[in-house]
Design a protein around this ligand. Structure first.
Ligand code: NI
Length: 166
Protein backbone atom coordinates (compact mmCIF):
# COMPACT_ATOMS: atom_id res chain seq x y z
CA UNK A 1 0.00 0.00 0.00
CA UNK A 2 1.09 3.52 -0.64
CA UNK A 3 -0.19 7.04 -0.35
CA UNK A 4 -1.12 8.61 -3.68
CA UNK A 5 -0.89 12.29 -4.50
CA UNK A 6 -4.27 14.00 -4.31
CA UNK A 7 -4.91 16.18 -7.35
CA UNK A 8 -5.92 19.76 -6.58
CA UNK A 9 -8.67 21.71 -8.34
CA UNK A 10 -7.25 24.44 -10.55
CA UNK A 11 -3.91 22.64 -10.87
CA UNK A 12 -5.07 19.51 -12.67
CA UNK A 13 -7.81 19.31 -15.31
CA UNK A 14 -8.18 15.53 -14.80
CA UNK A 15 -10.72 16.46 -12.12
CA UNK A 16 -13.13 17.78 -14.76
CA UNK A 17 -12.96 14.78 -17.10
CA UNK A 18 -15.41 11.91 -17.52
CA UNK A 19 -14.18 8.58 -16.10
CA UNK A 20 -14.33 5.31 -18.01
CA UNK A 21 -15.99 2.15 -16.67
CA UNK A 22 -13.90 -0.64 -15.19
CA UNK A 23 -14.19 -3.79 -17.34
CA UNK A 24 -12.30 -6.27 -15.17
CA UNK A 25 -10.56 -6.41 -11.83
CA UNK A 26 -6.78 -6.60 -11.95
CA UNK A 27 -4.07 -6.66 -9.31
CA UNK A 28 -3.25 -3.11 -10.32
CA UNK A 29 -6.81 -1.94 -9.72
CA UNK A 30 -6.95 -3.76 -6.36
CA UNK A 31 -3.78 -1.94 -5.39
CA UNK A 32 -5.31 1.35 -6.53
CA UNK A 33 -8.39 0.77 -4.32
CA UNK A 34 -6.24 -0.14 -1.34
CA UNK A 35 -4.14 2.98 -1.89
CA UNK A 36 -7.28 5.11 -2.21
CA UNK A 37 -8.45 3.99 1.25
CA UNK A 38 -5.02 4.65 2.73
CA UNK A 39 -4.84 8.09 1.08
CA UNK A 40 -8.37 8.98 2.19
CA UNK A 41 -7.78 7.98 5.84
CA UNK A 42 -4.42 9.77 5.89
CA UNK A 43 -6.13 12.97 4.73
CA UNK A 44 -9.06 12.54 7.17
CA UNK A 45 -11.54 12.36 4.31
CA UNK A 46 -14.83 10.46 4.15
CA UNK A 47 -14.63 9.68 0.44
CA UNK A 48 -12.20 9.61 -2.46
CA UNK A 49 -12.70 9.09 -6.18
CA UNK A 50 -10.15 7.63 -8.59
CA UNK A 51 -9.68 10.84 -10.64
CA UNK A 52 -8.59 12.56 -7.42
CA UNK A 53 -5.49 10.35 -7.52
CA UNK A 54 -5.07 10.75 -11.27
CA UNK A 55 -6.95 7.68 -12.56
CA UNK A 56 -9.88 8.22 -14.95
CA UNK A 57 -11.83 5.13 -13.91
CA UNK A 58 -15.29 4.83 -12.38
CA UNK A 59 -14.22 3.90 -8.85
CA UNK A 60 -14.79 5.62 -5.53
CA UNK A 61 -14.41 4.68 -1.89
CA UNK A 62 -16.42 6.00 1.04
CA UNK A 63 -16.14 5.62 4.81
CA UNK A 64 -18.11 8.15 6.85
CA UNK A 65 -16.92 6.58 10.10
CA UNK A 66 -19.95 4.39 10.81
CA UNK A 67 -17.98 1.15 10.53
CA UNK A 68 -18.75 0.48 6.87
CA UNK A 69 -16.27 0.78 4.01
CA UNK A 70 -17.74 1.13 0.56
CA UNK A 71 -16.00 0.36 -2.72
CA UNK A 72 -18.21 1.48 -5.62
CA UNK A 73 -17.19 0.52 -9.15
CA UNK A 74 -19.18 1.67 -12.22
CA UNK A 75 -21.80 3.08 -9.83
CA UNK A 76 -25.25 4.45 -10.49
CA UNK A 77 -26.47 6.84 -7.80
CA UNK A 78 -30.16 7.72 -8.06
CA UNK A 79 -32.10 10.12 -5.81
CA UNK A 80 -35.02 8.54 -3.94
CA UNK A 81 -37.97 10.86 -3.29
CA UNK A 82 -37.97 14.65 -3.31
CA UNK A 83 -36.49 15.34 0.12
CA UNK A 84 -33.26 17.39 0.06
CA UNK A 85 -30.51 18.26 2.52
CA UNK A 86 -28.61 21.54 2.53
CA UNK A 87 -25.29 21.62 4.33
CA UNK A 88 -21.56 22.17 4.33
CA UNK A 89 -19.42 20.11 2.04
CA UNK A 90 -15.70 19.90 1.39
CA UNK A 91 -13.37 17.99 -0.89
CA UNK A 92 -9.81 16.72 -0.50
CA UNK A 93 -9.08 18.24 -3.92
CA UNK A 94 -10.12 21.68 -2.64
CA UNK A 95 -8.10 21.96 0.57
CA UNK A 96 -9.17 24.19 3.45
CA UNK A 97 -12.44 25.22 1.83
CA UNK A 98 -16.05 24.37 2.32
CA UNK A 99 -19.34 25.44 0.83
CA UNK A 100 -23.06 24.93 1.12
CA UNK A 101 -24.51 22.34 -1.26
CA UNK A 102 -28.05 21.01 -1.57
CA UNK A 103 -28.25 17.27 -2.26
CA UNK A 104 -30.91 14.58 -2.25
CA UNK A 105 -31.55 13.31 1.29
CA UNK A 106 -31.83 9.70 0.10
CA UNK A 107 -30.24 7.84 -2.78
CA UNK A 108 -30.20 4.33 -4.16
CA UNK A 109 -26.76 3.08 -5.17
CA UNK A 110 -26.04 0.25 -7.59
CA UNK A 111 -22.40 -0.66 -8.06
CA UNK A 112 -19.88 -3.44 -8.42
CA UNK A 113 -17.78 -4.41 -5.42
CA UNK A 114 -14.06 -5.16 -5.43
CA UNK A 115 -14.81 -8.65 -6.82
CA UNK A 116 -16.86 -7.07 -9.64
CA UNK A 117 -20.01 -8.49 -8.03
CA UNK A 118 -23.10 -6.28 -8.31
CA UNK A 119 -24.63 -4.96 -5.11
CA UNK A 120 -27.04 -2.22 -4.19
CA UNK A 121 -28.15 -0.29 -1.14
CA UNK A 122 -30.04 2.79 0.05
CA UNK A 123 -28.22 5.63 1.73
CA UNK A 124 -29.45 8.75 3.49
CA UNK A 125 -28.09 11.82 5.21
CA UNK A 126 -24.29 12.16 5.28
CA UNK A 127 -23.78 8.81 3.54
CA UNK A 128 -26.12 9.88 0.72
CA UNK A 129 -24.25 13.19 0.45
CA UNK A 130 -20.91 11.38 0.21
CA UNK A 131 -22.25 9.00 -2.47
CA UNK A 132 -23.51 11.93 -4.58
CA UNK A 133 -20.29 13.94 -4.12
CA UNK A 134 -18.03 11.01 -5.08
CA UNK A 135 -20.26 9.93 -7.95
CA UNK A 136 -20.09 13.47 -9.34
CA UNK A 137 -16.28 13.18 -9.42
CA UNK A 138 -16.62 10.29 -11.89
CA UNK A 139 -18.44 12.64 -14.28
CA UNK A 140 -15.89 15.42 -13.79
CA UNK A 141 -18.25 17.48 -11.65
CA UNK A 142 -16.65 19.32 -8.73
CA UNK A 143 -18.81 20.31 -5.76
CA UNK A 144 -17.51 23.87 -6.16
CA UNK A 145 -19.77 24.18 -9.23
CA UNK A 146 -22.78 23.39 -7.01
CA UNK A 147 -21.98 25.65 -4.06
CA UNK A 148 -24.66 28.15 -3.04
CA UNK A 149 -22.98 31.46 -2.26
CA UNK A 150 -19.24 31.68 -1.64
CA UNK A 151 -16.67 29.02 -0.82
CA UNK A 152 -15.50 29.60 2.73
CA UNK A 153 -12.00 29.36 4.13
CA UNK A 154 -11.86 26.80 6.96
CA UNK A 155 -8.12 26.71 7.67
CA UNK A 156 -7.96 29.34 10.41
CA UNK A 157 -11.20 28.29 11.99
CA UNK A 158 -9.89 24.72 12.34
CA UNK A 159 -6.62 25.94 13.83
CA UNK A 160 -8.45 28.10 16.35
CA UNK A 161 -10.64 25.19 17.38
CA UNK A 162 -7.56 23.02 17.85
CA UNK A 163 -6.06 25.71 20.11
CA UNK A 164 -9.21 25.92 22.15
CA UNK A 165 -9.19 22.19 22.78
CA UNK A 166 -5.69 22.24 24.28
NI1 NI B 1 -14.36 15.47 -3.54
Amino acid sequence: MALRTIRIEGEDDILTKQCKPVSKMTDRTKELISDMFETMYHANGVGLAAPQVGVLRQIFVVDIGDGKRFVCINPEVTPVGDEVQTGEEGCLSVPNKEGIVTRAMKVHVKALDINMEPYEFDAEGLLARAMQHENDHLAGIMYTSLVEGELEDVEYEALEEADWEE
